[in-house]
Ligand binder design. Structure first.
Ligand code: ADP
Length: 638
């Protein structure tokens, strides 16, 4: 992901933004990490410095008192640094785990706040998946930043400490008595050593970066490989698929796919890319060049010591300090390369987090009306889905009569669900207006506007939480009201058999004693959730599709009573379910083609409603001859 144009400054700016974001989630992490880096970077230099002092004493004056003092200082300083380092290390690791856990909050919040249309946008979905895969494949992106910070800060502190310990190497001259070796006192050696050190470290760092870049260049193949592995590696565990796999012998297909997509194999694209980048050669070279550098440092320092510039203790100090200095300069180069590579991944992350939220900016509050007199009107509304050529709804005008029951019927794809999605402002129409009490719904605060709707969508979702929390949407709730909502939705008897009543956990994802519920039961819970919200509008989109005919008949026969003074909207393609409604709107290819009561619509023998009714009546009559007598109860009068 490293682009030739990524400047170091820009890469640094992006990492700093990542650090600021992560710092907001877990404020303790970076300060602790910094303290850890400080102790970790100082430790080796402290060791080098103290042991040099002891060696010098041993090789020089050999005074027992001085030796004892240095030994005590060494133990105290190194001991203290190590203890602090271990403590900070433990703490920063704990905080990092916490950060890993919670950094997804950033993405979850974004998903909740972004325009609904963006959620369905294929490119945005791909972008989110890509971010996750980048992280899964090699930790690139937001969570690479702490690592770069840790290694970068250690390297910078290391360079400062290294320079401090190296300065005397040049300040202590070889005495004149050493003859030709006095040449080493010439200032050009300072420049020469600095140039060799910087040059070799930089070269090593660049080679190492090439290896990193080589890895990063196969990102697309590797993330695909991970996806294949994630899917096919665990496919047998998925009970929903395991039965099909056994019955149709799909293992063969899985094997073929697996074998044909061996991304990480020796003959696969990852290995090929690494060979092309000569990753092994560069990794080896970058190590080898350090052996050369260490050799040169030894030669220079030992020659100065040979000439009498300093003693044996100082030799250890200078060799240790200059080698560590070189390693840290090398470290900074590697980090710069890593930062530039990571910059591309961060660009993607910020592209996602910066997606504009254009839709939900209205600020008008809806009136809190105890009389529930909310009047909603569609006025010449037309809508097509983003990226689609076809109108899903065209010139739809409809006014909801307060407290009435409206049914929306029509064949699949006629626009029923789209109509509800517009009503709930999941999308905005391209033409026409939707009005609440005469004001365009775009002007209202979205949160406020949503308060007036309870919707049971076809593809509703329950959470792996307690039954009561699912219904109430909160952890604390009015238990009596939740129980009543469940009873009204027809789950009363089942509730009696639940081991912990309202506290029973749904599903087994997070609780061993969680309860698996059937599709019909889930639908009843979703209906109870809509009832508990007690909003002025209740909307049921094919609410009974998963219910058996008896449960369906039961819900419908009682729904009038349950819905009370709410305005209720039912969507169904089972016409028999809707005949009790005050008004029925018949949708066809995005238009409302008929409106009226069930009886009135049946009168129109050439109308779509009549045709649909006849077709379904025929189906039910045929079915009722079958063995399941319950089907008979659903037969509408011909
Ligand atoms: P119904 O609820 O009556 O079955 P929908 O409202 O779901 O119909 O669909 C109306 C039309 O809009 C159909 O042609 C469908 O293919 C199209 N459509 C539905 N959802 C989307 C979407 N997310 N993106 C593009 N087209 C869609």
């Amino acid at each position: 992901m490293e682009s030739q144009k990524t400047s170091v400054l820009y890469a640094l700016k992006q990492q700093l933004r990542a650090i600021r974001l992560l710092h907001r989630i877990c404020p303790g992490y970076f300060p602790t990490l910094f303290l850890y880096c400080l102790t970790a970077a100082l430790s080796p230099y402290a060791t080098v410095y103290c042991s040099a002092r002891i060696l010098s004493e041993l090789a020089g004056a050999r005074q027992a008192a001085a030796l004892w003092t240095w030994a005590a200082i060494t133990v105290a300083v190194i001991g203290l640094l190590q203890i602090l380092k271990a403590l900070f290390c433990q703490r920063k690791d704990t905080l990092l785990d916490d950060l890993f856990d919670r950094k997804d909050i950033l993405f979850v919040r974004k998903m909740f706040s972004m325009d609904y249309a963006s959620l369905e946008d294929r490119e945005i979905q791909d972008l989110r998946a890509q971010l996750q895969q980048n992280e899964g494949w090699s930790g690139w992106g937001l969570m690479r930043t702490p690592q770069i910070f840790e290694e970068g800060v250690q390297a910078v502190i290391g360079i400062c400490s290294g320079i401090a310990l190296t300065v005397p190497l040049f300040l202590q001259p070889v005495p004149d008595s050493a003859g030709g070796l006095t040449l080493l006192n010439h200032p050009v050696f300072i420049l020469l050593l600095a140039a060799v050190l910087l040059g070799i470290s930089a070269l090593g760092g660049r080679w190492e970066s090439r290896v990193l870049h080589g890895w990063s260049s196969v990102r697309a193949e590797a993330t695909f490989g991970n996806r294949v592995f994630g899917f096919f590696g665990f496919i047998g565990l998925h009970t929903g698929r395991a039965a099909d796999m056994r019955i149709y012998g799909q293992q063969r297909l899985v094997d073929a796919y697996w074998n044909g997509n061996s991304v990480f194999g020796c003959d696969g694209p990852v290995a090929a890319a690494m060979a092309k980048a000569r990753a092994g050669i560069y990794a080896g070279l970058s190590q080898a060049i350090f052996a050369v550098l260490t050799g040169l440092i030894y030669v220079f320092v030992c020659l100065k010591a040979w000439g009498g510039a300093f003693d044996i203790g100082a030799v250890t100090q200078y060799v240790g300090a200059v080698t560590a200095l070189a390693m840290n300069v090398y470290g900074v180069w590697v980090r710069v390369g890593e930062m530039r590579t990571n910059c591309g991944y961060l660009d993607q992350t910020f592209q996602f987090l910066d997606l504009p939220n254009a839709m939900y900016q209205g600020s008008l509050t809806t009136e809190k009306r105890s009389d529930r007199q909310y009047e909603v009107e569609f006025r010449h509304v037309s809508f097509r889905y983003p990226g689609s050529e076809n109108w899903a709804l065209q010139d739809v005008s409809l006014k909801f009569e307060i407290g009435k029951r409206l049914a929306i019927v029509g064949e699949n794809g006629s626009g029923k669900t789209t109509f509800i999605k517009l009503l709930c402002r999941l999308y905005d129409p391209q033409e026409g207006q939707i009005l609440l009490n005469g004001i365009d719904i775009r002007k209202y605060s979205y949160r406020d506007y949503m308060q007036i709707f309870s919707v049971v969508f076809q593809d509703f979702q329950l959470l792996s939480q307690s039954l009561g929390s699912n219904v109430a949407g909160t952890l604390e709730y009015d238990r009596a009201r939740v129980r009543r909502a469940l009873e009204d939705a027809g789950l009363g008897e089942r509730l009696q058999t639940m081991p912990q009543g309202l506290d029973t956990q749904l599903y087994k994802d997070f609780a061993e004693n969680g309860v698996e519920i059937s599709g019909g039961e889930a639908q009843k819970i979703a209906i109870a959730r809509a009832l508990y919200k007690n909003a002025p509008f209740i909307i049921l989109d094919e609410p009974t599709a998963a219910l058996d005919p008896i449960a369906e008949a039961d819900i419908y026969s009682r729904f009038n009573e349950i819905a009370g003074d709410r305005t209720a909207i039912y969507i169904s393609h089972r016409l028999s379910s809707c005949k009790f409604c005050d008004e029925i709107a018949v949708f066809d290819q995005g238009h409302i083609v008929q409106r009226g009561s069930h009886e009135a619509l049946l009168q129109d023998s050439s109308g779509l409603y009549r045709r649909l009714w006849d077709a379904q009546a025929q189906y039910y009559v045929t079915e009722s001859h079958g063995s399941d007598s319950r089907q008979g109860s659903m037969v509408p009068p011909p």
